[in-house]
Design a protein around this ligand. Structure first.
Ligand code: G4P
Length: 529
């Protein structure tokens, strides 16, 4: 198969939602419809199995949240679908943001009773920054929820994106009868069924077909006709280009738990979703069809097996063909590396692969050299942009509780922060270590993992900072002056960049006023500009 054909075959996307909207259930059902798993419940079972093999996952079990981002690949209708799962919990938002750099589109799951929730808004902001195409799945239609028009209004308003309903629900909750597919003129009738892939589809000629009345009754048929007329008037026709450019989100209604609307979603997804896209590097855009292989690391998972200190780096392939046992250049280290056992993430099993193509995510074993954001190429010198570190919002100073294990503590902190669990800043005098996170939970994760994976103990001392800002200026003298005057709030990131730890929004804007020649960056993106 040619490179172009391999590219055309692939679809790489993420499912995002506020916790509990039904992301796990939908993922599982997509795998079920894709033939990748045989029975419902497998994804959750798998989650539990993983928990048993890894101590760290104990936290996930206890909290009932998905800490780790995983990748699941399966074949459907001649396409290779790669689903990148993302943790819904807000404390792991950074992990999710990074994963979103590795997908070409997303499916956003909304709970029909709760509508747009806080975490949905934040995730969509990241999608909008990158013009990622979005499909919305309004879930739990078997439960009492909000009016469909209301939900669509809220989506447009809170997510700042236009919507286009592709199907329309008939009733909701106890009176939910199914959905009408506006493109195919079909009725997909609902029957609560959690275990089987049953579908009852009635084809009608158009909305005037008397079969509609015979099937759902006169009252609902009349209501459907009225609503669809209104929907068509308000939202117009679906235009794939506006979806691909991230301006319009097609919307589907269903119930993942009942396997309802999932097949329709999957079929439409393979029809309309984008093939793997290129990425922007610091030397310009790179297209997937470029012959030379390139890719970037967006996630690192360490110590999957605590007995072997191995790490697995998740690499998204951007261009060309990846081959096993071939030397590629890690640009940051200026070093050639090769991989003898790269793995794919087929949902059924993890297997060693000989080659992989744009859109694929592969797992590379390494012993601690990779960092998030690393670029691999066949030799060209460029770095992919856009895996920013956002300013943390919570800060703690690390206290070593077991001085005999100082080395282990340092190594653990170094590796865990390479993985992106949190950010590490060094403060002088005394090389004090400040950890910055976006959520409380990460401190627990760090403590737990230091103990279980590195045999080191630490506690944390609260630091009253509000934000970490990277500072740059054309005028070195002004930077020097600032560092001297604000020495109490100056620290350095792992690459040695100067960071201002502002104690409050007021003090940050004051510093901006007092030092106009200095730019204060709240993401680390500036490094690549
Ligand atoms: P998440 O990954 O987004 O956090 O959500 P998850 O799929 O775990 O779903 C959250 C809860 O919502 C689960 O119930 C799940 O069964 C339920 N759910 C998902 N889709 C639907 C749907 O279409 N209709 C209804 N009525 N419920 C749905 P739970 O009680 O928390 O878990 P479980 O005991 O069922 O596993």
């Amino acid at each position: 198969m040619s490179l172009q054909e391999e590219i055309n075959k692939r679809r790489t996307f993420g499912i995002i939602s506020h916790p509990d909207a039904g992301k796990t259930t939908l993922t599982e059902k997509l795998l079920l419809f894709g033939g990748a798993i045989q029975s419902a419940g497998a994804v959750k079972n798998n989650k539990i199995k993983k928990t048993a093999t890894s101590d760290f996952m104990e936290i996930e079990k206890q909290r009932g949240i998905s800490v780790a981002t995983s990748v699941m690949a399966f074949n459907y209708r001649g396409k290779q679908i790669n689903i990148l799962d993302t943790p819904g919990h807000k404390d792991f938002a950074e992990d999710t943001y990074r994963t979103l750099t590795a997908v070409d589109s997303v499916i956003l799951v909304i709970d029909c009773a709760n509508g747009v929730e806080a975490q949905t808004e934040r995730l969509m902001e990241v999608c909008r920054m990158r013009n990622t195409p979005v499909i919305v799945f309004i879930n739990k239609m078997d439960r009492e929820g909000r009016d469909a028009f209301d939900l669509l209004d809220e989506l447009e308003e809170k997510l700042a994106i236009k919507v286009k309903p592709m199907s329309w629900p008939i009733g909701i909750g106890a009176s939910f009868k199914g959905v009408y597919n506006m493109h195919r003129d079909t009725l997909n009738l609902f029957s609560g069924n959690k275990t089987q892939i049953e579908k009852e589809i009635v084809e009608i000629k158009d909305l005037d077909d008397p079969l509609l009345n015979d099937t759902i009754g006169d009252k609902d048929a009349e209501m459907l006709r009225e609503e669809v007329e209104l929907v068509n008037g308000v939202y117009g026709d679906f235009d794939r280009e506006t979806y691909l450019s991230g301006e319009v989100a097609p919307v589907y209604f269903g119930s993942a738990l009942n396997n309802f609307g999932v097949q329709e979603l999957l079929n439409s997804f393979v029809e309309i979703s984008p093939t793997p896209r290129g990425r922007i590097s610091d030397k310009g855009p790179v297209e997937p069809t470029d012959k030379n292989f390139s890719g970037f690391v967006f996630k690192i998972h360490a110590n999957i097996d605590p007995k072997h200190r191995d790490r697995i780096a998740f690499l998204r392939i951007v261009s060309g063909e990846f081959k096993r046992n071939t030397f590629y250049k890690n640009i940051r280290l200026d070093k050639k590396v090769k991989f003898s056992n790269p793995t794919s993430f087929m949902a059924s099993s993890k297997e060693i692969i000989d080659e992989a193509y744009p859109g694929d995510v592969i797992g590379l074993y390494d012993t601690g050299t990779f960092k998030i954001g690393d670029t691999l190429t066949t030799g060209e010198d460029f770095m992919y942009k856009g895996i920013p570190s956002f300013s943390p919002e919570l800060f703690r100073e690390v206290q070593n509780d077991d001085p005999m294990k100082t080395k282990q503590l340092e190594k653990g902190l170094e590796q865990l922060t390479d993985e992106g669990v949190a950010q590490l800043f060094i403060k002088q005098p005394g090389n004090r270590k400040i950890i910055g996170t976006v959520g409380e939970l990460q401190f627990e994760v760090i403590q737990y993992r230091l103990k279980h994976e590195y045999n080191a103990s630490c506690s944390f001392m609260h630091r009253p900072h509000h934000k970490a800002c990277w500072i740059t200026s054309d005028k070195q003298a002004e930077i020097d002056e600032f560092v001297r005057r604000k020495s109490m709030n100056i620290a350095y990131d792992k690459e040695g960049n100067i960071v201002f730890l502002a104690d409050s929004p007021f003090l940050l804007s004051q510093a901006e006023l007092d030092y106009p020649a200095i730019t204060f960056h709240t993401t680390s993106d500036f490094k690549l500009d």
